[in-house]
Design a protein around this ligand. Structure first.
Ligand SMILES: Cc1cc2nc3c(=O)[nH]c(=O)nc-3n(C[C@H](O)[C@H](O)[C@H](O)COP(=O)(O)OP(=O)(O)OC[C@H]3O[C@@H](n4cnc5c(N)ncnc54)[C@H](O)[C@@H]3O)c2cc1C
Length: 136
């Protein structure tokens, strides 16, 4: 039973995966040391505060077995796909073909504040889409 105005674990999960895969799609292909450290720290903090306690606990175990790979955008997208597949396995769901992750998830075009920024995003994405045909 979900309280009025509340969410359940599935709704929260779907929304969160949309956020996480979009975050991964936006991670730079050549991140600076600061960007790598920041995203790695973010994932660790995320796994501490995700507001579904059993999910967060099991995701921390998944992250122990599969440390975050953030040395490139494609590596981080692949890592996110693999981590999501670990959750899928635990829930008895089908695993996703990580070679198709860039077909399913990309940047949020409407999130760019200005036309110029959108154009920068699109050029970055053109390289990103071809570089993220990853296996997993
Ligand atoms: C960190 C985390 C931990 C969770 N742990 C639990 C838990 O312990 N118990 C629980 O009941 N629920 C958990 N959930 C929720 C669960 O993962 C699902 O979100 C929920 O069950 C709804 O599933 P779904 O079938 O709608 O698709 P979701 O798993 O939510 O996926 C959304 C969409 O992403 C795509 N997708 C699927 N797999 C991948 C992949 N590997 N890579 C890229 N795209 C993919 C598919 O198109 C799918 O429709 C967790 C969610 C998160 C974010």
């Amino acid at each position: 039973m979900v309280a009025e105005g509340g969410v359940d674990a599935d709704t929260l999960g779907r929304a969160t995966w949309t956020f996480l895969h979009t975050l991964a799609a936006t991670h730079p292909e050549k991140p600076s040391e600061t960007e790598k450290a920041r995203i790695t720290r973010f994932m660790k903090d995320f796994s501490e505060v995700y507001p579904c306690a059993p999910c967060a606990e099991s995701f921390r175990d998944i992250m122990k077995r599969n440390p975050v790979e953030a040395h490139s955008g494609s590596a981080f997208s692949r890592w996110m796909c693999v981590a999501h597949n670990e959750v899928n396995r635990e829930l008895g769901k089908d695993v996703f073909d990580c070679a198709k992750v860039a077909d399913k998830w990309g940047i949020c075009e409407s999130c760019a504040a200005h036309e110029e920024e959108l154009s920068d995003f699109k050029s970055a994405f053109a390289g990103f889409a071809s570089s993220r045909k990853v296996k997993g």
